[in-house]
Design a protein around this ligand. Sequence first.
Ligand code: HEM
Length: 486
Amino acid sequence: MIELVLLAATILLVLMVENKRREKTYKFFYKLPYPFWIPIIGNSYIFVKRNILKVLQKTYKIYGDSYILYIPHRTYFSSIPEEIKIILNNPHCLNKSKEYHHLEIILPNTVFLVKAQRWRKLRKILSKSFKPSILDLFTDTFYEKSCVLVDILKKDNEQDICYLFQKLTLDNFSEATLGVKSTILQDEKEHIFVTGVKEIQRLAFNRIGNLIKMNDFLFSCMRDCKDIKYYINALYRHISKIMAEKRVLMANENDAMLNTSKLPILDLLLQVSEKEELTNEYIEEEMVLFAAAATDTTAYSMAFTCFMLALHPEIQEKVYQEVMSVCGNQEIETSNLNDLKYTEMVISEAQRLFPVIPMIGRTNTVDIDLGDKIIPANTNITLNYMALHRNPKYYTDPLVFNPNRFLPEEIAKRPPYTFLPFSAGPRNCIGMKYALMVMKTSIANIVRHFYLTTSHKSFEEIDVESSAVLMPITPLDIKYTEREIN
Ligand code: HEM
């Protein structure tokens, strides 16, 4: 008898707890706005054959800063700075959301995707290579590559700048991160790595909202899956070849190609691999991830910056004057970068309008209290940075390109967490300083040599799309006219 009472009490308790949980979930999910949804497919129908970014911009316009989409799992969308701050800094909200699963099946063990516990260990090891004292040693590499790009533009002033920047960032990556010489920029052939990174993103992100492609088994039978495997194998082949060369160089310490004083990330990982139990397979995978994370993001951010400079000659002139007064016609050095303040403001303003990672996703392992609502544990969360950056509440006339918004006194007027191109909190972009160094060196060197012009009247004339990275749909029309160097 007593056993029965105990059993009934336990069941009652479990039901009460479950009821409380459901009530909380109900309160959270059903009090927020969401579009009409269909059982099983949810809101996936709104993505059919549409540009995902445009659909999400439209849902944001209709439902505002905080709403739910069923794609088909329930996802909470927020672009409220106070909420973003809480989410990004909560130690129980470090895991990536379900959308990243499409990349997880390709690069599951990398710092970008692993779960919090493993992530903490990897991030600690990798952060050693991103210390300012180490990165500062690479300015000469970044400068040298920007000079190669300038020479190419001198010979042909109407090249697709996105493609050139992709090759430049890959050369920078190979030399600074892997520590081997790379001359992809000079190579006229299409590079498989550049095409591969772009295609993998496109094919993987095309799965979002597509019920057939979202199923791993069905996807594995599709052409897209075979194509992803083809490209991922090509990326691995590229990295494996470099790693094999590197091992030979490391065994033969006095080879000129090995520059241990700079300690590129790969050298560091190989050095600590035994102590930290990092396998060769893991290191290869991490390098593929880094190559993907470091190239398109930086390349498209620079391309959008050049485009905005071409549209705004008076702002371009101010950048030119600053570069000439800080660097003159000399090599751009690490000590110059801090003084290129206006150039950095211009880059920030371009990143505000075109955050190349327009949204990020997280999931929480415990309930998170946002003040006016509680996000129940295991919710899929998307933080919409593009909407945040273009919100008139924080940026008056948000579609006007105005670098002065990044004057210290203007930044101080805005609430924190209103500008997040590199995200924020402990799982922010590890390569932020690296990217800013590449962007400042390259943009400064280009503006010093050319007047940038475009036939467009406004940036709204160009169409953008986003798989993982925001990019223009067609090549950006920018013309480079050589300046007279005194
Ligand atoms: C303008 C250029 C760049 C932008 C705008 C950018 C932006 C971002 C953003 C928003 C995240 C967070 C993503 C998320 O939470 O889903 C991120 C993560 C990351 N980025 Fe970048 N990134 C850039 C360049 C780079 C570079 C140059 C590197 C490497 C050299 C890099 C390596 C990474 C890595 C490894 C992560 C994952 C960090 C972690 O989970 O601990 N990024 N980046």
